[in-house]
Design a protein around this ligand. Structure first.
Ligand SMILES: Nc1ncnc2c1ncn2[C@@H]1O[C@H](COP(=O)(O)OP(=O)(O)OP(=O)(O)O)[C@@H](O)[C@H]1O
Ligand SMILES: [Mg+2]
Length: 394
């Protein structure tokens, strides 16, 4: 390498000049509008970096150089292709010098081979570093997008909740003011000493009716608020523990007997695999309760006797599979797409809020780190399949 050291010392300026001219010629687009001195400085820096790498075998200046040009800020000044051209310029400029100085052929060949190897190694390293940094940028951008999406969804949700709660509250206010009118009328008549028995009976009946209406609507509003509170999946307030899923599900279904014991429908539990999971039992209970309740409320029309089957198995990919299937009326395809939307319900008239499956979806994806799939055909029942890792923290 003595020859190379001598050549570099003698011709460094010429190598830098030739390299700069070559880079500007091949990198016309990259360097448009940039002063030639910038290109020269870049080529000079790469020549020195290579010299250090080739002569001293010290990779540190090269790594520092790559780090510098691949950081976000430097990328704005020099595109990656410009940097690589800077590396190759060194090689190009050295070639005629090696020939001109009548260096022995074999030695010139050896030097060029080493320079080549160093150029390619640096090119790959640079590309790797650059790709890694790009990944970081993309990841950050993705996280930010997700955060914004969630915020937008939350905004929509809050507006929806306000709208939903407004209706029962409005009805309750009307009913209560009606009640107040009735009571006022009665007390006026009483004070004037002209309260007839029939007026009292009618007034009390009207007030009672309005009271019932107010109570029902206030209860509905309170139910909505409770449902909305459950939407906030707060991991810290949920205790996590290890449970044997089979026995746990059997206990859970037994505790939900009031939902189905008096009715004609059957609820089966089918445990096909013994699975121990590190999970949130509160969330699991909420998920199972909502799915079971939905099947009992929506799947079976009057006079139809149905079966709901809750099952546990291991999915092919090792995750836990929790299923809830019924043999009821099923969900038409045009509704299937919407069932997880907040406030989507086909049972608004009978007190459905449309928050049940939305809460289930949130719990499954946010807390259990899992997925939920629905299959259904009209007339052939519905099946909800939840898959989640047995130990999400592992
Ligand atoms: N097993 C099922 N069979 C048929 N339809 C279903 C079934 N489960 C859910 N659905 C449909 O999906 C809709 C949304 O369900 P979701 O649980 O979100 O709301 P909901 O049950 O109507 O109200 P809430 O659960 O808040 O009381 C239901 O209104 C119903 O139309
Ligand atoms: Mg429901």
């Amino acid at each position: 390498m003595l020859t190379l050291r001598r050549l570099l010392a003698a011709h460094e300026e010429a190598i830098i000049e030739t390299g700069t001219a070559w880079v500007r010629e091949v990198a016309a687009v990259d360097l448009a509008g940039r002063p030639a001195s910038e290109t020269r400085a870049l080529v000079a820096e790469s020549v020195r970096t290579y010299a250090a790498l080739l002569l001293a075998g010290d990779p540190r200046p090269r790594d520092a150089f790559i780090e510098r040009v691949t950081t976000l800020r430097s990328n704005l000044r020099f595109r990656i292709s410009t940097l690589l051209r800077g590396f190759f310029a060194f090689h190009r400029a050295l070639e005629p010098i090696l020939a001109r100085d009548s260096v022995p052929h074999q030695l010139a060949f050896d030097i060029l081979r080493r320079v080549d190897a160093a150029c390619f190694e640096a090119a790959f390293l640079t590309a790797d570093t650059y790709a890694r940094k790009l990944h970081e940028v993309v990841d950050t951008a993705q996280r930010e997008l997700l955060r914004r999406e969630k915020l937008a969804a939350l905004g929509g949700l809050v507006a929806g909740v306000a709208h939903e709660i407004n209706t029962p509250l409005g009805v309750a206010i009307t009913a209560v003011s009606l009640m107040q009118d009735c009571v006022d009328e009665l007390s006026h008549a009483f004070a004037a000493g002209g309260l007839r028995q029939r007026d009292l009976r009618d007034g009390l009946a009207r007030a009672g009716e309005a009271g019932g209406m107010a109570l029902g609507n206030l209860q509905r509003a309170a139910g909505l608020v409770t449902g909305f509170k459950q939407l906030a999946v707060d991991q810290s307030s949920e205790s996590r523990r290890r449970v044997a899923l089979g026995p746990h599900l059997c206990e859970l279904v037994a505790s939900l007997a009031p939902l189905y014991r008096r009715g004609p429908h059957r609820v089966d539990v089918d445990v096909r695999a013994a699975v121990l999971v590190d999970t949130y039992p509160g969330a699991l209970a909420q998920i199972v309760t909502n799915l079971l309740q939905n099947a009992l409320v929506h799947a079976f029309p009057e006079g139809h006797v149905g079966t709901v089957t809750l099952s546990i198995a291991r999915a092919d990919d090792g995750r836990v599979e929790l299923g809830c299937a019924d043999d009821g009326v099923g969900i038409p395809p045009r509704l299937l797409r919407r069932i997880y939307e907040p406030f989507f319900t086909t049972a608004r008239g009978s007190g459905g809020s449309g928050l049940g499956l939305h809460i289930v979806h949130n719990l499954v994806t946010e807390l259990l780190c899992g997925t939920i799939d629905t299959e259904s055909e009209p007339g052939r029942g519905a099946r909800f399949t939840i898959r989640f890792p047995a130990d999400p923290g592992a």
